[in-house]
Ligand binder design. Structure first.
Ligand code: SF4
Length: 358
């Protein structure tokens, strides 16, 4: 294996643990794992995280992105929220991500410096899912997804494979869902490729791992600190060969120069990656680029020199369900993109089910 073949793994510069996290077996497991990697765990005296703010926004960003905190999840996170169209319910095992995507979905959603927080109360979180089985609307309403049972999304505020080597949390979640005697599905999406510890688990096809992919002009320009596209697709193949249902989250779709050729190259690479996989269960979720006034401000403070297009004049304002303003591509361009993906995905990936477009 050469260095470029090795999965990309994050090594935080600072790891802290809050006192309540010591009370949880999983908190202690994470600490032991971190210390076994030769990283010191700073035990804080209170649940308040200090020493993250720097003299400038850039310095605060850099410090926060290099810090991991082992904490207990906030009570609000234990009451699950519906998360259409991806899944029936959202639950969280962490919040924050060490990568540097210039369009990051977390910008504007999470408050404060972007520290990665991993949850010590994993066992309680997983036990708490039981009452939600059999409830939810996304998978029961859509015929194409009824066989999935109740779906639980575990990557809304983080990237699981960016953190798994430090926490072991998602591996335990896969085992939990694999042993769960009910029609349920665990789902997450990732831009990383460290799948070694998932191959061979008793997943019982109840975990769908989706790889967030994009055409090369987007992934190479805007997705700093993530695994290369080729590595993500190799990881997708490994999991598919191990019997996992897999998926593509093609996001954020952007009409870059010559976008038809760029996305054709992506679909060709995916087709090669899944070639010959027996009983392949592949889905696609298609998400166009959008931004809000809040996310634009945060992203420009994190990446002041970005070339990411966020021009309100060339976009269409749209109000979400709760009145929040976002800027999307104008309707004719959206229609062009949508029509193209709807015809090209079946051509390149005949068994792939498109779950939604947004
Ligand atoms: Fe944000 Fe996802 Fe990129 Fe992490 S991988 S920086 S969560 S967009």
């Amino acid at each position: 294996m050469t260095d470029s073949d090795r999965p990309r793994v994050w090594v935080p510069r600072r790891v802290v643990a809050t006192p309540p996290s010591y009370d949880h077996p999983h908190g202690r497991r994470i600490m032991a794992r971190i210390e076994a990697l030769g990283i010191e765990v700073e035990r804080l005296r209170s649940a308040r995280l200090t020493g993250v703010r720097g003299d400038s926004d850039r310095e605060t960003y850099a410090r926060a992105k290099n810090t991991m905190a082992i904490v207990v999840s906030p009570p609000s996170r234990r009451r699950l929220q519906p998360i259409a169209p991806s899944a029936d319910w959202r639950f969280d095992l962490a919040e924050g991500c060490p990568a540097h995507c210039q369009y990051c979905y977390l910008a504007g959603s999470l408050s404060g410096p972007p520290v990665t927080r991993v949850y010590a109360d994993l066992d309680d979180i997983l036990d708490g899912l039981t009452e939600y089985a059999g409830q939810g609307t996304v998978t029961s309403r859509r015929a194409a997804r009824r066989d999935e049972g109740t779906t639980f999304e575990a990557s809304c505020y983080t990237d699981p494979l960016a953190l798994e080597h430090l926490t072991g949390s998602w591996r335990r979640a896969v085992q939990h869902f694999g042993a769960w005697d009910a029609p349920v599905q665990l789902r997450w999406t990732t831009k990383f490729d460290d799948v070694d510890t998932f191959v061979g688990l008793d997943h019982h096809r109840r975990t769908r791992v989706r790889f967030s992919v994009n055409c090369l002009p987007v992934t190479t320009r805007f997705e700093g600190g993530t695994s290369r596209l080729e590595a993500r697709l190799a990881a997708l193949r490994r999991l598919a060969l191990d019997g996992y249902p897999v998926g593509l989250t093609i996001a954020p779709i952007m009409p870059v120069d010559d976008w038809r050729s760029a996305y054709t190259n992506l679909l060709t690479a995916v087709a090669a990656a899944v070639h010959g996989v027996p009983a392949l269960d592949l889905t696609a979720e298609l998400i166009t680029h959008r931004f809000t006034p809040g996310s634009k401000d945060v992203l420009l403070s994190w990446y002041p020199r970005t070339h990411l297009e966020m021009n309100e004049q060339t976009r269409t304002p749209k109000h979400g369900k709760f009145g929040a303003l976002k800027y999307v591509y104008p309707a004719p361009l959206m229609a062009d993109l949508r029509t193209w993906f709807a015809s090209e995905i079946p051509r390149h990936l005949p068994t792939c089910r498109i779950l939604y477009w947004t």
